[in-house]
Design a protein around this ligand. Structure first.
Ligand SMILES: [Fe+2]
Ligand SMILES: [Fe+2]
Length: 276
């Protein structure tokens, strides 16, 4: 059973390439928490690469300022989801900055941005990051299974480490894609539900996986949003503006230890850090 890190003072032991993946960053509170803690965490935990899902950093969507602040704080790649294409101010960032991704199998050939890239870690190890979105209980998208196969064929010769952010609602679809990637991807982390799952594991072919990384946002909330408006909609069908909640923030995700030679996951620890 994988262990967990519940404080920035928990110094992880273990060998391998240290890859931190964090779940959806919610609102300004989430952005502030990540940008405040990540420089120290990068140093103290000896992180080699950091991937964060930024689709909710402006509540619904991401604005250029949040992308800039997250990248400057030590995020290597920002992934996205169903909210990434709004507001339109982010379109230019998606076009110009290869470190900001949107799901590759979403939209068409003219949709702004891209869904994968090959990056060099600060230590010189090439890392491929692939961002995909699910088809179950989501808006229309192309097959994430076929998209993975096509992208993997292109990037696998360029990078020994291949990381997938699979942004999807249905746990069954997420576990299915994890098995589809097993033996090819180094790690696949689910995003979108904002609720972390307890199934961090290494699959038979050596691919590390977790169905959902969780949330970087207020914990006393409904998936990061103020409860009142969501309860009003759920109970009385009255639509109102949803705002990111304030209060105690948790950063949730995983720390994966990867073998840069074989591309396999050696170990994985869940991360859930309360940030004052
Ligand atoms: Fe989200
Ligand atoms: Fe989402």
């Amino acid at each position: 059973m994988p262990g967990s890190l519940t404080s920035p003072d928990d110094l992880p032991s273990g060998s391998g390439f240290r890859m931190l993946l964090l779940g959806d960053v919610m609102g300004m509170a989430g952005v502030k928490a990540v940008t405040r803690i990540l420089p120290d965490l990068r140093r103290d935990w000896g992180l080699d690469f950091v991937i964060v899902n930024g689709e909710n950093s402006n509540g619904f969507g991401m604005i250029p300022e949040s992308a800039t602040n997250l990248l400057r704080s030590g995020v290597d790649v920002l992934t996205g989801g169903n909210h990434t294409l709004r507001p339109s101010a982010i379109h230019g960032v998606l076009e110009k900055n290869p470190r900001v991704l949107r799901p590759h199998n979403l939209g068409s050939a003219t949709t702004p941005g891209r869904g994968f890239g090959v990056y060099e870690s600060p230590g010189g190890v090439p890392v491929a990051v692939i961002n995909l979105i699910g088809q179950v209980f989501m808006e229309p998208a192309d097959s994430p299974f076929n998209a993975f196969d096509t992208i993997y064929a292109e990037v696998s010769s360029q990078a020994p480490l291949v990381i997938v952010d699979f942004h999807a609602e249905a746990t069954g679809e997420k576990v299915a894609l994890a098995h589809h990637c097993d033996g090819r991807a180094s790690f696949i982390g689910g995003t979108h539900t904002h609720v972390p799952t307890a199934d961090a594991r290494i699959l038979p072919g050596g691919t590390g996986a977790i169905t959902d990384l969780g949330l970087c946002g207020a914990s006393d909330a409904i998936i990061g949003m103020e409860p009142e408006a969501i309860l009003g909609k759920s109970r009385h069908a009255i639509p109102s503006r949803f705002n990111p909640a304030r209060g105690q923030v948790h950063l949730q995700g995983v720390l994966a230890f990867l073998d840069p030679t074989s591309g396999k996951t050696l170990d994985v620890l869940r991360v859930d850090l309360p940030i004052p």
